[in-house]
Design a binder for this molecule. Structure first.
Ligand SMILES: Nc1ncnc2c1ncn2[C@@H]1O[C@H](COP(=O)(O)OP(=O)(O)OP(=O)(O)O)[C@@H](O)[C@H]1O
Ligand SMILES: [Mg+2]
Length: 372
């Protein structure tokens, strides 16, 4: 098995992982970027050391922490397995971390698998029939599970029962199998892709939001402590501010700045060192990288702000269409630097300002772009 694909699915269990798809150009580009929210191949091991181990250690996500804490405390009080929990949100915000915390807080073992690893209902039956009372079953990327397995999961979640099919063809029989109460924790970056019946069977859904810079600042401080990296408050704030609201990126930038501090300075992550290191890695003040800036730069300088079709834009920056669309655009749209319109992509006023350019003057044809 390709180790990088195994790592990407987030499950460390051998045999539960059959995520063997070839990555598309956009996925390759995404994984290789320093500002990618996805974990690179060797990153999972490093991340394990930085994961908060209890709810109290989790930084930010106040509401989710409080809601989840209540669900878990109530279950503990009743001496029962907590309701099934769905964790949804963009990559790198702490879904796997929270799944592990749920098991730890309940004092239960965590069984790990992932949607892509469950290609047949039988795969799921094998996993579920091996569960003991109170176990926490973590299904990462749950939106990528096969239809048949999904239906089996509905029944397991609701009635704590699975039908195991023995034999093939007309002679096949379904043997109902009772399973002890367990807690399913599903994680998804695409909650919208989950079928309604599956979504409805979760007793609690936690929506993870991008982190505030102050939270990321605390996360950087915490990680630096764990990694034994000397860090100033200004250095930490600088890293936090360029981390795109994502703890995984904050931790990665911290490691790159630490390298710089060690090789080119006195080992301390100060403001100056953070500046120089992040400039070297081409991550700017807002967390934009070279590709992100390239896209708005081409839009503004070469096409007067747009509108420009995606294909033209992709050729102009020398990338695949998908890479521009899936890798660069989401963050640019989130920051309000780029808008997707029926006529094509346009750079907003903020994009011109971000590049230090003067936006088209009011009253000109270009300026009408900003008005709808
Ligand atoms: N609230 C937090 N406080 C401190 N560190 C955090 C927090 N959330 C996430 N992290 C750090 O960010 C890293 C990535 O988190 P995690 O693996 O849980 O993300 P994820 O949502 O599961 O991502 P993916 O969608 O790629 O699976 C972890 O190593 C962890 O150290
Ligand atoms: Mg994860």
């Amino acid at each position: 098995m390709d180790p990088s694909s195994a790592d990407r699915s987030g499950s460390g269990l051998p045999g539960t992982n059959q995520l063997n798809d070839q990555f598309s150009a956009a996925e390759e580009a995404e994984i290789a970027r320093i500002t990618s929210a996805d974990a690179a191949g060797d990153e999972r091991a490093i991340e394990a050391a930085l994961r908060p181990k209890s709810l109290d250690e989790v930084i930010g996500q106040q509401r989710v922490r409080e809601q989840l804490g209540l669900v878990l405390d109530a279950a503990k009080g009743r001496g029962r397995a907590p309701d099934h929990v769905l964790l949804s949100g963009p990559p790198g915000l702490g879904k796997t971390t929270l799944a592990m915390i749920i098991a730890a807080e309940m004092g239960s073992p965590l069984r790990l698998t992932s949607g892509p690893a469950i290609t047949h209902a039988g795969d799921l039956a094998a996993i579920i029939s091996g569960l003991s009372e109170g176990d926490v079953l973590f299904v990462d990327e749950i939106h990528r599970m096969s239809r048949a397995a999904e239906e089996m999961l509905y029944m397991a979640m609701e009635d704590f029962r699975v039908d195991v099919i023995i034999g093939k063809g007309p002679g096949a029989t379904a043997i109902p199998l009772e399973i002890p109460p367990f807690t399913l924790v599903g994680a998804t970056t695409r909650a919208g892709l989950l079928p309604g019946p599956l979504r409805d069977r979760f007793g609690f859904t936690a929506h993870l939001e991008f982190y505030e810079p102050e939270d990321l600042d605390q996360i950087v401080h915490r990680s630096a402590r764990l990694l034994d990296v000397p860090l100033t408050d200004e250095g930490s704030a600088e890293i936090a501010g360029r981390s795109r609201g994502t703890p995984r990126i904050a931790n990665r930038l911290l490691r790159r700045v630490r390298d710089y501090a060690q090789v080119r300075a006195d080992g301390v992550v100060s403001l100056d060192v953070a500046h120089k290191a992040l400039d070297l890695y081409e991550v700017d003040q807002s967390g934009l990288d070279r590709l992100d800036r390239g896209v708005i730069d081409v839009l503004c300088r070469r096409f007067g702000g747009g509108p420009v079709g995606l294909s033209t834009l992709a050729v102009a920056v020398g990338e695949e269409r998908e890479t521009v669309e899936e890798v660069a655009e989401p963050f640019l749209v989130r920051l309000g630097l780029l808008a997707r319109t029926p006529r094509g992509r346009i750079a907003t006023r903020a994009a011109w300002e971000h590049l230090g350019l003067t936006p088209p003057a009011a009253g000109t044809a270009e300026a009408t772009l900003f008005e709808d």
